[in-house]
Write a protein that binds this ligand. Structure first.
Ligand code: B12
Length: 437
């Protein structure tokens, strides 16, 4: 059966340094909701594919709706694909969604037929159903009433439709389908990770939103309000992921440990149901209690990624992190005691910091028992406070890079000096790790 809706994640593997590859959860989640409405849908994860093969595969389907996901590194691919497909599919409707179109709907609405902003799990599938099942069989967008679709944005010669996106409620989050993982190349993902780390992680999202306002962070989709799925529902999805051959979870929540009660119940369920999968998650240095750390380890948490960010309290305050260096040291000791490894993220070269504070950051990174450290220069992400403060950035510029230390604004610090310092610190870190200093 041909599919009425095609969803595309236009990322083609780049072989960049420190690459991490995961199945795209956005089109997997939307696909599950669309299927649940009885509409045949097909998803294309381009990670291991060739451009022309994806185009040919979509053309064979001749779908009524083509939806393309876009984030900051993917707009070039998005527009290229749109052009290739639009020429050959004159009767299809082209829809854009994801973090970048949410921030810049105008830029995408000029080229696409329409844009969906924000959490589209309910509104976009509902739109697909109404459009495809149009009783007149004409499928004419112009005659549809569009103000009931949260997040929809259209701008053309005749009209502007702009329905502000609503975040899903706690109840709606609880009722979502599991992400549809059926289209992913599980074998390729698992082989990639086996070579890289010896394990095979898959991503999952269990909570949405984060109430903190770190200066450099942008939360275009999930925003500030924390919402949680039910623990039994999460466990069922985890068991499904396990049945696909994965042995580890990379929890993609903005900050998985924010709600201590949810965290505790999740850990108890992982233990009680003997799920037997290891996991890692992102967290803040001020959000895990001592007793939770022990329980997390027992439930399979082997590593936690912490935004330690800086060795200077003044720089932490510039970043609006709301904690002090001392809090980081306490948390690291706590995790160490619970035998949970720590991956620490640091940002160096923040606007307003000094060479002295950068050196404090380097010193801190070598003085604490981290398992992994990484340094980035600040990236002014569209939607972040930092982005607003930095002058001369152009929102039309796609990023050419992933995981590379490159200033995209005029910094007070010399990029090659910083790159060199980072290289030296990383090498010193590896030496110390080998010698177990
Ligand atoms: C997991 C993750 C990764 C993973 C894997 C990504 C993958 N394969 O999906 C890794 C670690 C590799 C990664 C890397 C990077 N990431 Co990342 N990542 C995330 C993270 C934490 C979760 C993504 C996720 O799974 N979300 C869950 C799904 C359900 O949400 P979603 O994809 O947004 O989909 C929803 C909506 O967007 C919408 N939607 C999605 N697709 C479509 C399509 C259509 C047609 C429609 C209508 C709607 C729609 O509906 C969905 C359901 O609500 C997000 C932060 C976040 N909280 O979302 C950052 C995030 C997406 N990443 C970001 C960035 C910057 C990067 C990097 C550039 C970092 C770097 N410096 O290198 C790289 C780029 C990699 C690349 N592909 O080019 C930014 C993007 C910012 C932006 N404005 O575009 C985010 C938002 C983080 C942030 N706060 O800054 N990332």
């Amino acid at each position: 059966m041909k599919s009425e809706v095609a969803l595309i994640y236009p990322y083609f593997r780049t072989y960049a340094d420190i690459q991490q590859l995961f199945q795209p959860l956005g089109i997997a989640s939307l696909g599950a909701e669309i299927k649940n409405l009885g509409i045949p849908v097909i998803q294309y994860d381009c990670t291991f594919e060739k451009y022309d093969d994806v185009i040919d595969a979509v053309l064979v389907q001749n779908p009524g709706i083509v939806g393309i996901y876009t984030m900051i590194t993917l707009s070039r691919n998005t527009f290229k694909m749109l052009k290739s497909l639009r020429e050959k599919l004159p009767h299809s409707l082209f829809i854009s969604g994801g973090p970048l179109p949410t921030l810049y709907p105008d830029r995408f609405a000029k080229e696409f037929d329409l844009v969906f902003r924000g959490e589209s799990d309910i509104s976009f599938p509902m739109f697909c159903k109404d459009y495809l099942e149009d009783p007149s069989k004409e499928r004419i967008l112009k005659t549809m009433t569009l103000d009931k679709y949260s997040g929809i944005y259209i701008i053309d010669n005749e009209r502007k439709v702009d329905v502000i996106p609503k975040h899903l409620s706690q109840k709606e989050v609880g009722e979502l389908q599991f992400a549809d993982r059926s289209f992913a190349r599980h074998k390729e993902y698992q082989e990639f990770w086996k070579l890289k780390s010896g394990d095979s992680p898959a991503t999952i999202m269990m909570t949405k939103g984060c109430p903190f306002n770190c200066d450099f962070c942008s939360k275009p989709i999930f925003g500030n309000k924390l919402r949680k799925r039910s623990v039994p529902d999460c466990i069922r999805e985890i068991l499904y992921i396990k049945s696909l051959g994965y042995n580890q979870l990379w929890i993609a929540d903005d900050c998985f440990t924010l709600d201590g009660r949810f965290l505790g119940n999740f850990c108890l369920a992982m233990i009680e149901k003997k799920v037997n999968m290891t996991w890692s998650c992102l967290s803040r240095v001020d959000s895990i209690k001592e007793e939770s750390a022990e329980l997390m380890r027992e439930a399979g948490c082997i590593k936690i990624f912490l935004g330690v960010e800086s060795g200077s309290d003044r720089t932490l305050s510039l970043m609006k992190k709301n904690f002090k260096v001392k809090d980081a040291t306490i948390m690291i000791e706590r995790m160490n005691k619970a035998n949970i490894k720590i991956g620490a993220f640091f940002i160096v070269g923040y606007p307003g910091e000094t060479i002295d504070s950068i050196n404090k950051t380097f010193k801190l990174s070598l003085s604490l028992p981290f398992d992994e450290i990484s340094f980035t220069v600040p990236y002014p992400l569209p939607g972040s406070n930092l982005y607003k403060k930095i002058k001369g950035l152009n929102s039309d510029n796609d990023w050419d890079f992933e995981n590379e230390n490159k200033f995209i604004f005029k910094s007070q610090f010399d990029e090659s000096w910083l790159k060199n310092e980072i290289k030296m610190i990383l090498s010193e870190f590896e030496n110390r790790k080998t010698l177990k200093i």
